[in-house]
Design a protein around this ligand. Structure first.
Ligand SMILES: NC(=O)c1ccc[n+]([C@@H]2O[C@H](COP(=O)([O-])OP(=O)(O)OC[C@H]3O[C@@H](n4cnc5c(N)ncnc54)[C@H](O)[C@@H]3O)[C@@H](O)[C@H]2O)c1
Length: 346
C-alpha cells in the first residue's frame, strides 16, 4: 500500500519482498507444472535452489543498499518528524530529556511521560523555552491501569501517537542475593512489562493508519549479561525478544508502514550507572546518544548498538568457547570490576 510517509528505501525493499513472496508461493506447484515428469524430491531440490539464488540476490541487494544509505547525506535518507506526535517515556531527565529536546527541535510535538513530576515539568519547560511543543504527564509505568488511563487522556488531549519511545528504565545495581523481591518486580514492571501496556495502548491507531514507529530502548546488557544485573540485564534481554517478535508480526501481517527500532546502548553518562569506570571506552555523552537514536529512528533502522562498533564485539560471545569469552570479559574488558564501582541511586 502506497503511503505518503513510506520511506523510499522501504518501498524498494517491499517490492523485493513481494517478488520473494511470489517466488515462494509459486513452489512447488508451479515448478511441478513446468516439469511434470520430475520426481517430487527433485522438484523440492530445484525449489530449494531457486530459494538459495533468490537469497543470494537479496543478500547482495541489502548489503549494497546498506552501504549506499550509509554514504548518502542523512537529509536525503531521513524521514521527517515535523508535526508528528512523539511520546517519550522516562522523559524527566537523562536520555529521555535529550530525546524529547531533539525530536522537538525537528518539529515534533512531545508527549513526556515520567513518574517524576518535577522532572517532567522541567522537560516540558525546556522544550517550550526552545520554541517547541510539549505536554507532560505524570504516570507510574509500573501501574498498568495508570498507563492505560494516561494513554486515553493523551489521545483525547493531543491525539494519536506517531512515534512511541519506550525509554524509561530502572537499574538497582545489586547482586542477586541483595535484590529484594520488590526491586526485581519493579525492574520487570518498568523495563519490560510497561512496553506491553504502552504498545497495546498506542498500536491500534498505528495499525489503522498503517503508519507509526515503536522504539525500544534496551541496552548492551540486553545482549550479554553482566555483574550486578540479574534483574536489569534479564529485563533488557526481554525487550530484545519483544522488539524482534513485534517486528516479525508486523511484517508478516503486512504493516509495512509501522517501523520498530531496537536501541542497545553501552554505558551513557546519565547517572544511572554512576561510579562505573568502564575500561573498554568512556561512557557515551547523553546528548550524542540521543542524536544517534533520533537519526536511527528517522532512517527506520531496525537494530542499533551505541556506539556502532560494539556490534563487532558481540558475536565473539557465540563464536568463542565460554571460558575464552569469560577471560575476555574479566581480564581484558574488566566488565565485572567496573560494575563493582557502581553507586546505586535507588
Ligand atoms: N545510562 C546508561 O548507561 C544506559 C545504558 C544502556 C541503556 N540505558 C537505558 O536507557 C534508558 C534511559 O536511561 P537513563 O540513562 O536516561 O536513566 P535515567 O535514570 O536518567 O532515566 C530513566 C527515567 O525513567 C523514569 N522512570 C523510572 N521508573 C519509572 C516509572 N515507574 N514510571 C515512569 N517513569 C519511570 C525515571 O524517573 C527517569 O526519568 C533506560 O531504559 C536505560 O535502561 C541506559
Amino acid at each position: 500500500m502506497a503511503h505518503p510517509h513510506t520511506h523510499p528505501r522501504h518501498s524498494v525493499a517491499v517490492v523485493l519482498q513481494c517478488l520473494s513472496a511470489y517466488a515462494r508461493s509459486a513452489k512447488p506447484a508451479r515448478l511441478a507444472a513446468l516439469v511434470p515428469p520430475l520426481p517430487r524430491p527433485v522438484v523440492e531440490v530445484l525449489s530449494a535452489l531457486a530459494d538459495a539464488v533468490l537469497m543470494l540476490v537479496l543478500a547482495v541487494y541489502y548489503v549494497l543498499e546498506a552501504a549506499v544509505f550509509e554514504l548518502l547525506p542523512r537529509r536525503l535518507t531521513s524521514k521527517s518528524v515535523d508535526g508528528q506526535v512523539v511520546l517519550v517515556t522516562g522523559a524527566a531527565g537523562g536520555l529521555g530529556r535529550h530525546l524529547a529536546a531533539r525530536f522537538a527541535r525537528l518539529g515534533a510535538t512531545i508527549v513526556a511521560w515520567d513518574v517524576n513530576d518535577d522532572g517532567v515539568a522541567e522537560t516540558v519547560r525546556q522544550v517550550r523555552a526552545a520554541g517547541g511543543l510539549a505536554r507532560g504527564y505524570v504516570v507510574d509505568l509500573a501501574d498498568r491501569q495508570a498507563v492505560y488511563r494516561t494513554a486515553a487522556l493523551v489521545k483525547r488531549e493531543v491525539g494519536p501517537v506517531d512515534i512511541l519511545v519506550n525509554n524509561a528504565g530502572v537499574a538497582f545495581g545489586r547482586t542477586f542475593m541483595h535484590l529484594t523481591d520488590r526491586q526485581i518486580e519493579t525492574t520487570y514492571n518498568v523495563n519490560i512489562l510497561a512496553h506491553y501496556w504502552t504498545a497495546k495502548a498506542f498500536l491500534p491507531e498505528m495499525m489503522r493508519a498503517n503508519r507509526g514507529h515503536i522504539v525500544t530502548v534496551s541496552s548492551v546488557t540486553g545482549l550479554m549479561g553482566c555483574y550486578r544485573c540479574t534483574d536489569y540485564s534479564a529485563s533488557k534481554f526481554a525487550t530484545v525478544g519483544f522488539h524482534e517478535s513485534l517486528f516479525t508480526e508486523l511484517k508478516v501481517q503486512g504493516y509495512d508502514g509501522i517501523h520498530t527500532t531496537l536501541v542497545c546502548p553501552y554505558f551513557i553518562d546519565t547517572g544511572m550507572f554512576a561510579g562505573v569506570k568502564p575500561r573498554l571506552m568512556p561512557m557515551l555523552e547523553p546528548a550524542r546518544a540521543a542524536d544517534d537514536i533520533v537519526d536511527a529512528v528517522r532512517t527506520n533502522q531496525v537494530t542499533v548498538t551505541l556506539p556502532g562498533s560494539i556490534r563487532y564485539l558481540l558475536p565473539l560471545k557465540s563464536l568463542f568457547p565460554s571460558k575464552l569469552s569469560w577471560a575476555l570479559m574479566y581480564r581484558m574488558m574488566q566488565g565485572p570490576q567496573a560494575m563493582m564501582g557502581m553507586k546505586p541511586r535507588l
